[in-house]
Design a protein around this ligand. Structure first.
Ligand code: ADP
Ligand code: MG
Length: 693
């Protein structure tokens, strides 16, 4: 059953597109193609043209190449070990080369003599030059020269449906589909940012005469996605804010003044700035919903404390929730010390407290007395009630689920919310990522802190590195030795760490007090070890588990990281943040041989101590996927754009979105009808935000 072609629209289910049918539709669904419109927006993820294709005679072992040639012979070879290899010889105007696909004998069915293949992958020496494709595109028996002077579009495909088939489908329907695409951006707006009209852009991404054209087309489509996201987020912010009446605090300057006077240090300029932002937010009638971000060690706690005291001097309660007992305990101690001159004692609440202390704490929270509660998720348990919660603070907010954060907010009438994060995000991205949160950023560290000396050392330097670690321990300092844990192979990792623990104890670090810390230990055992380390009863911690974010042991001066290539840049930076907290010089040493790509990444890490720069590089390298995964409800946020790499486009989109919504907050003007409809089709969230449907 297929719908007549005349009725083809962009929302026609893909199975009714001529040439698809039920079976193929299922395969296409797997790569996110559900409608005819999806097909139109399935833009090539890569292009090849003459400039990127190497002449076959120039290909040498060791090179990573893209070649284009016709199959002149082919066959399946068995190997002695039972693996079957599909091999083909490709020929272009300059020569011939062998291409081999180990373990893919089935390719023999789809690749035939005479087919034109585009192949990319490394060339190695194996009885002669041989390319092992990472990727290939089969252009079938397309004529020779079809590729010449033309840019080849390479589409994402999936098992059971080839690039060539997808390309054929798009090719067949492109003109019809393009004609259906209405340009939802008003022309003046488009001109302002020098964007191509939509139809032209769509045609160019699929059939570009030059790579430059492909790029211009892609930019228009990428801009649109960034614009949609900006519009959605801003609208979400406005909608969330409108009915979000909260507590209107008044700056009494009693407790906050006293704290400022009692501080043993000067607040940094950045701390003063964010305290002002938070204060004015809390003193406004709407409910605060703010993210406080700042690099490790930038001094977020003290900022949160000012907010807590502001709530308390207005007769309200404040609560600070930390992800682990150890952190909660650390906060309770250090905050307790800072508040002692004010005669304020925080009320601690966590699991291992013992029933009596706990009951007592719970009883105090249930009163209407102004106070500061510091605890773990015990704060959000059902039996915990607050008499008058006015401010909820969540430390290391990414360690909590959305529900837990909301649950803390739910412990009061409409308490202001302050979420803290040590993974800073460049300003231009904050709005894109955090949507309906306002963001305050601490972009400076307290003075007088030595930067941590960071270096990457090869395996051959292991002995020297360990000797160095031992010398630090002898001098009375402490060290962390960290192993990565990858969930699937946790056992193996644990074994590696356990073995190393034994080896170190018998070898280079013999005579020192070592402890092994890993994720399989129950939480209380882990906390006990960390406590012993904090109190100087352990010299070196060998850890497979990522050492608690935020833990503060000033005497620890060495962070030794094994298999550094297995960590993300931001993770490495968090680990490095565990040292350099005292007066002594501190060291972060990455140990081990790594590949070129990883070496480059580690070089970025050792060359800067700036968390923002690291976050930016990390985002550039790993993309936004991780950040968005949890935030968007099922809608693919970006298919084409990448807000990190497309920073300038994103800034343009922000500007345009803000101007647009200032004039027409609900996109209800006739000239915005197309835009509104498009966003409604694409993002389910838009339904409630703009009431489209
Ligand atoms: P983070 O932002 O990582 O949570 P903390 O709030 O734990 O950082 O602060 C790190 C350390 O810096 C703490 O020991 C804190 O007392 C100290 N600190 C905070 N602000 C300042 C400042 N303005 N001058 C000097 N030291 C500060
Ligand atoms: Mg902190």
């Amino acid at each position: 059953m297929s719908a007549p072609r005349a009725h083809l629209t962009l929302v026609t289910p893909i199975q009714f597109v001529k040439g698809v049918g039920e079976r193929r539709a299922e395969l296409l669904h797997r790569i996110g193609l559900h409608t005819a419109g999806d097909l139109l927006y399935h833009v090539p993820h890569r292009y090849e043209d003459a400039s990127t294709i190497a002449p076959i005679n120039a290909v040498q072992p060791g090179m990573d190449v893209t070649i284009l040639g016709r199959v002149i012979s082919k066959g399946v070879l068995p190997t002695r070990r039972g693996l079957r290899i599909f091999q083909a010889v490709l020929k272009d105007a300059t020569g011939m080369i062998e291409v081999s696909w180990p373990g893919q004998p089935f390719l023999d069915r789809s690749i035939d003599k005479g087919h034109l293949l585009l192949v990319s992958g490394p060339c190695r020496f194996y009885h002669g030059r041989q390319v092992q494709p990472r990727e290939y595109v089969n252009f079938g028996d397309e004529e020779d020269g079809a590729e010449q002077g033309r840019v080849l579009a390479v589409y994402r495909a999936t098992e059971g449906i080839t690039v060539r088939q997808i390309r054929g489908l798009i090719e067949t329907h492109l003109d019809t589909l393009v004609a259906l695409a209405e340009d939802y951006l008003p022309a003046p707006l488009r001109d302002e940012v020098s964007l191509l009209p939509l139809q032209e852009a769509l045609r160019l991404v699929h059939r570009p005469p030059t790579l430059g054209d492909a790029h211009r087309g892609r930019n228009r489509l990428a801009f649109d996605e960034l614009l949609f996201m900006q519009i959605l987020q801003r609208r979400a912010n406005a909608v969330a804010r409108a009915p979000r009446l909260g507590i209107t605090f008044a700056s009494q300057r009693t407790l906050t003044r006293q704290l400022a006077d009692a501080l043993p240090f000067e607040l940094t300029k950045a701390q003063r700035k964010v305290i002002r932002e938070i204060t004015s937010d809390m003193c406004s009638p709407h409910r605060m919903h703010r993210l406080l971000q700042g690099d490790v060690g930038s001094g977020k706690t003290i900022v949160a404390l000012f907010a807590a005291l502001l709530a308390m001097e207005n007769g309200f309660q404040a609560a600070l929730m930390a992800p682990t007992e150890l952190l909660a305990e650390q906060h309770a101690r250090s905050i307790g010390r800072m508040l002692a001159p004010l005669n304020v004692t925080p009320v601690p609440l966590w699991g291992s407290q013992g029933t009596v202390a706990r009951r007592e704490a719970e009883a105090r929270l249930a009163t209407a007395d102004p106070l500061l509660a510091i605890g773990t998720h015990a704060l959000v348990q059902e039996r915990t009630t607050f008499g008058r919660l006015g401010l909820a603070i969540v430390d290391e907010q990414h360690r909590f689920g959305v529900e837990q954060r909301a649950a803390l907010g739910g412990k009061g009438e409409t308490p202001d919310m302050l979420l803290m994060s040590a993974t800073p995000i460049p300003r231009s991205l904050a709005l894109t990522v955090y949507g309906d949160l306002d963001v305050s950023t601490i972009d400076e560290r307290p003075p007088g802190r030595h930067p941590v000396t960071s270096a990457h050392r090869p395996e051959s330097a292991r002995d020297r590195v360990l000797t160095f670690v031992a010398s630090q321990l002898t001098a009375g300092r402490q060290a962390y030795v960290v192993y990565p844990v990858i969930e699937e192979s946790e056992k193996v990792d644990l074994k590696a760490a356990t073995t190393m623990f034994a080896e170190l104890g018998a070898g280079r670090l013999a005579g020192f007090r070592l402890a092994l810390l890993h994720g399989r230990l129950p939480a209380d055992a882990r906390d006990a070890i960390m406590r012993a380390f904090r109190d100087g009863e352990i010299d070196a911690l060998i850890a497979t588990t990522v050492i608690e974010v935020g833990i503060d042991v000033a005497n620890a001066t060495v962070m030794l990281i094994e298999h550094p290539e297995r960590f993300g840049l931001s993770q490495l930076h968090q680990l490095r943040g565990r040292v350099g907290r005292g007066a002594e010089e501190s060291f972060c040493i990455l140990l081990g041989d790594v590949g070129d790509e990883a070496a480059e990444r580690l070089r970025i890490f050792t060359s800067t101590d700036d968390g923002f720069e690291i976050a930016r590089a990390d985002l550039r390298l790993r993309g936004m996927g991780d950040l968005f995964g949890k935030q968007q409800s099922g809608d693919a946020a970006f298919r084409i754009a990448d807000p990190v790499r497309d920073e300038q486009l994103n800034l343009d989109a922000q500007r345009v979105a803000s101007a647009l919504l200032a004039k027409d907050p609900t996109l209800s003007r006739p000239e915005h009808a197309g835009l509104r409809r498009t966003i409604g089709h694409r993002y389910s969230r838009a339904l409630e935000l703009f009431r489209v449907g």
